[in-house]
Design a protein around this ligand. Sequence first.
Ligand code: HGY
Ligand code: MN
Ligand code: MN
Length: 415
Amino acid sequence: MQPSQNLQIDAKRLWDSLMQTAQIGATPKGGICRLTLTDLDRQVRDWFKTQCEALGCSVTVDEVGNMFARRPGKDPALLPIAMGSHLDTQPTGGKFDGVLGVLGALEAMRTLHDLGYETNAPIEIVNWTNEEGSRYAPAMLASGVFAGVFTPEYAYSRLDRDGKRFGDELDRIGYKGGAKAGAHKFGAMFELHIEQGPILEAEDRMIGVVQGVQGMRWYEVTVVGQEAHTGATPMRLRKNALLGSARMIERIDAIANEHAPDAVGATGLIENRPNSRNVVPGEVFFTVDFRHPDDKVLDAMETKFRASLAEILIPLRLTYQEARIWDSPAVKFAPELIDCVRKGAEKSGFTSRDIISGAGHDAAYIARVAPTTMIFVPCLGGISHNEAESTSFDECAAGAQVLLNAVLEFDRRLG
Ligand code: HGY
Ligand code: MN
Ligand code: MN
């Protein structure tokens, strides 16, 4: 006889786990720096594996480090229902981005275990490697391999800014698993995540019923000028790579604003060489991040961006290389799973509203190979990718409860 259908997660146990894992890579300002494939990533992975095994889950790791903790269901022939997100962070990340999705799933699994609730389908928690794309670009790299967007060899070849290979670092931390990425299929994947924007808080809604993820493109630009003495070189003879880059960064902002309010654009990473106060910069590397819900608008932004490179840099006697290194088209999530989330919010009496994700998530790639959707909860001031990122005890609990409700709603429909 199944216990009461009203399975309630343990909000304090969830919060304690969030605060415990926040110590792994804790920064003085109250955030987390736990870059993918570092020793800190290994530490949190080991912790996560131990927690899942304590619930009787079997934990497998695939060839790009994705971790799967599986709890059997009544019918092993049914494809598993997955609940996934990521444990890696930005260099100045917060306590909740990604982590809430993995630990909210762990709390849901703990609740099923405590109550001895038997689901129809197996249930899996997934920790996706390198979601952030901060240390290794592009973002969502390992869920992209799982979805067949990238090869494992491409992932292994990616270099961080110190020249370390993804494949070597994955090996070094002991998480290069034997399972073929994407070999095992999901019946569904639900991802709980903080919104990372201001909408839910502004409208006083507890749950975001996510409809999809906007399109995202990343570019890398190297501008080449000529190193020269800042005192002895006349202005008319200079080839100042940093001046050209600065004008480009201004133009990137202008292109996004021309397509506002839905377009966004920024340069987040810049390296100026030789970065000496009395040398005219000879070479600059910088990145571009453009996003919009409509891929056709991204095409228009890209065209303007590329025309601007020639228009701005050539008159300054500069040369340049530019490459689009990532193109993640806009994604729509599975209507049936969206309905499970909506019913999951109603069941617990939480307010909700439909929303499109501005941020990228592993769910965007998994949606290519399995019915997928997301659940958002607010974050204070909409701030994320910032050590001040803050989601409350009640909001974390609400997210985990709706995650459990939605998974069980989907599972019941299989019975
Ligand atoms: O870039 C993103 O949107 C995500 O945080 N990786
Ligand atoms: Mn995230
Ligand atoms: Mn992030």
